[in-house]
Design a protein around this ligand. Structure first.
Ligand SMILES: [Zn+2]
Length: 349
């Protein structure tokens, strides 16, 4: 047990040591005397308690007699007690004028590890635990804090830090609440802050965990429940950087696509100009060829004496001479097929 009552006032084992973990032995002796006088009382059952304050383990209060007291039966690990002491001192440093409680019982029956009564501002509840809560209980707590306008600060034990490339659902829950997931390393006396960032890279979803560790003795908590450090800013600038990087990348891809499109359009335009030019030349050549053929035809027509040429059956000379006149006048379409075929036969001969 880390708290008990003395003359109706709550006293706490974490006040027995300074920030470096060194005992104030005069207070230890004082409290031991009060305990011997049966003046230290359990906050839960009212039975007298004694103080154990050895050099190896964290100090604690315990019942003199074996009693059926839930608080007295609860065994806490050295890590948890050490962590609570570090957090208690951090809170005292952060809020020197505020009332700070250990194992604070909330009106709904739940306990907060530490509690800061903030008078005019919002109260802060520290929830430090070495095991994860079931989601139902976590929801219940968070909903209660929200309703009561209490700022919760969730902290985890270092062994819950699995050092994977992402955070667990529980850690993500905490990150969503307070902007980071913090692990307390009681051996190193460090707070490791982590933030899982999901982002888009080359159109694909990616994730990374940004982390930074701080000496717990250099950290303070602000009234909004955030630690006074550069961690949150770092996270924001990393997110902005990743977004900007992706935007740059997307712009680069858009530019390439646009360039390709323009190049393609230019190719099509050039091809069509080329085709039109070829078509024009072809038509010009055809025209010249036609002119030449026409000229040859007229030449041949002049050379043949249609008055004397021997006529086959079915070709009349008068009609033939008429047809020749029409040809010379460029009226070929008016000549019947039979006569035209005959005239061409003559030209080719
Ligand atoms: Zn008790």
């Amino acid at each position: 047990m880390d708290i008990c009552l003395y003359n109706g006032t709550e006293i706490c084992t974490y006040d027995l040591k300074d920030e470096s973990g060194i005992y104030y032995q005069d207070i230890v002796m004082e409290w031991k005397r009060r305990a011997a006088e049966r003046k230290l009382i359990c906050v839960d059952c009212g039975s007298p308690v004694y103080l154990a304050a050895g050099l190896i383990k964290e100090p604690y209060f315990a019942h003199y007699d074996i009693v059926s007291c839930a608080y007295g039966k609860r065994m806490e690990s050295q890590e948890l007690m050490r962590g609570k002491r570090l957090l208690y001192h951090m809170l005292k440093r952060s809020f020197p004028t505020k009332e700070i409680h250990i194992r604070h019982r909330l009106p709904n029956g739940l306990y907060a590890t530490c509690y800061v009564k903030n008078g005019e501002g919002y109260d802060i509840a520290i929830d430090y635990r070495l095991q994860t809560l079931p989601i139902k209980e976590l929801d219940l707590r968070v909903q209660y804090y929200d309703e009561q306008e209490i700022i919760p600060v969730f902290l985890l034990g270092i062994r819950q830090d699995k050092k994977e490339g992402q955070l667990s659902w529980y850690q993500t829950y905490i990150q969503n609440l307070s902007g980071c997931c913090a692990f307390l390393d009681t051996e190193e006396e460090k707070l490791i802050m982590k933030h899982h960032i999901t982002y888009i890279e080359n159109g694909k979803r990616k994730s990374k965990v940004y982390q930074k560790s701080y000496n717990i003795h250099n950290l303070s908590l602000a009234e909004d429940g955030r630690f006074l450090c550069d961690f949150y800013e770092d996270c924001e600038s990393i997110k902005v950087e990743l977004n900007e990087k992706e935007e740059r990348e997307q712009k680069r891809r858009r530019d390439i696509r646009e360039k390709e499109r323009r190049y393609h359009e230019e190719q099509i335009r050039r091809e069509s100009v080329l085709l039109a030019e070829q078509e024009r030349k072809k038509q010009q050549n055809n025209l010249k060829l036609q002119e030449y053929q026409e000229w040859c035809k007229q030449e041949k027509l002049l050379k043949i004496d249609f008055h004397t040429v021997t006529l086959p059956e079915g070709i009349r000379r008068d009609v033939l001479l008429n047809c020749i006149e029409m040809m010379k006048n460029d009226q070929e379409e008016m000549i019947s097929k039979r006569y035209l075929d005959y005239i061409y036969k003559l030209i080719k001969e």
